[in-house]
Design a protein around this ligand. Structure first.
Ligand SMILES: Cc1cc2nc3c(=O)[nH]c(=O)nc-3n(C[C@H](O)[C@H](O)[C@H](O)COP(=O)(O)OP(=O)(O)OC[C@H]3O[C@@H](n4cnc5c(N)ncnc54)[C@H](O)[C@@H]3O)c2cc1C
Ligand code: FES
Length: 264
């Protein structure tokens, strides 16, 4: 089946592995249907609560960070009740989830691909890097990562496994790499496409730099989401053509957007 076909599954996925350190967790789930159909940039909605109590009632959205051999991997930060409950789950347990959801990155061969991630926004980039390497074996990939400090620089090992890729880091406290903000790592001349995921101000800055330097930029947006599939309008945002075309729904129209459709 083609990965371009829009199919979603609701499944009880076995947890293969679940690890946490300093409130940053990785979760590997047996989900062959989703692994077969997901494209990079898509996400899943995970029921984090007890099967019987349905508390919390709403599923929580997470980017697909890894996708291989019938499994999908998530990387998430414990920030509230849902992620706390998820972090207590162990290998062998099941979680109910829906996915793959949303629209993924648009990929074309380039002189270079620039993957820019900030904080937990780094999570979808390993899947993107692996997909780019598989589709375009000779295209160079530059990964630029930013975080508050060493402990919050996630997924570093995942990029090391990919050929012909360079990784540069920036930290707010200077504990790893450049002491400053990740948009500063973008080169003066950008020869290709920029793919960006992270806090909104950081993505806005990366989009503005890309535009100034004549490069296309795709951004992965995060909003609060109740349903994840276009039914609740909880994720509505205004794009640049809001007056003519109305709201965009991050879950259904995104989460990946061309930056110029969101910010002028
Ligand atoms: C498409 C998408 C992909 C995501 N991918 C990841 C990922 O790969 N890794 C990861 O760690 N997180 C990711 N998130 C954010 C994640 O969904 C939230 O952190 C999670 O839902 C929080 O649930 P909770 O019950 O623990 O927190 P809650 O108790 O619901 O909230 C705790 C705090 O987190 C904030 N929060 C809750 N949901 C969101 C949200 N969607 N965006 C921003 N802030 C939020 C709340 O405002 C509150 O301050 C993603 C969000 C979206 C929309
Ligand atoms: S989260 Fe319900 S419409 Fe987008």
């Amino acid at each position: 089946m083609s990965k371009a076909q829009k199919i979603q599954f609701q499944i009880d996925a076995h947890i293969v592995d679940s690890q946490c350190a300093n409130d940053i967790c990785t979760l590997v789930l047996q989900a062959p249907e989703i692994a077969r159909t997901a494209v990079s940039g898509q996400f899943i909605m995970v029921a984090t609560g007890d099967e019987k109590s349905h508390d919390p009632l709403l599923r929580r959205p997470f980017s697909i960070s890894q996708c291989a051999n019938g499994t999908i991997g998530l990387v998430y930060k414990v920030v509230g009740r849902g992620t706390k409950l998820l972090s207590k789950m162990t290998a062998g347990q099941k979680v109910n989830l829906v996915g793959p959801l949303g629209k993924g990155f648009k990929l074309h061969s380039q002189k270079k691909h620039y993957l820019v991630g900030g904080g937990m926004g780094i999570a979808p980039l390993p899947f993107l890097a692996a997909t780019l390497r598989e589709k375009f074996p000779d295209d160079p990939i530059a990964v630029l990562l930013g975080a508050r400090n060493r402990d919050e620089l996630i997924c570093l090992d995942d990029f090391e496994e990919i050929d012909n890729i360079t990784v540069a880091c920036a930290t707010d406290d200077g504990s790893v790499g450049y002491h400053g903000l990740v948009p500063d790592l973008l080169p003066g001349k950008i020869n290709g496409t920029v793919y960006c995921c992270g806090p909104w101000p950081m993505m806005k800055a990366v989009a503005a730099i890309s535009r100034q330097r004549g490069a296309a930029c795709q951004v992965s947006l995060e909003t609060m989401m109740a349903c994840g599939m276009g039914a609740c309008v909880g994720c509505a945002i205004q794009g640049v053509d809001f007056i003519e075309n109305g709201y965009l729904h991050v879950c259904k129209d995104g989460p990946i957007f061309e930056a110029e459709k969101i910010w002028l």
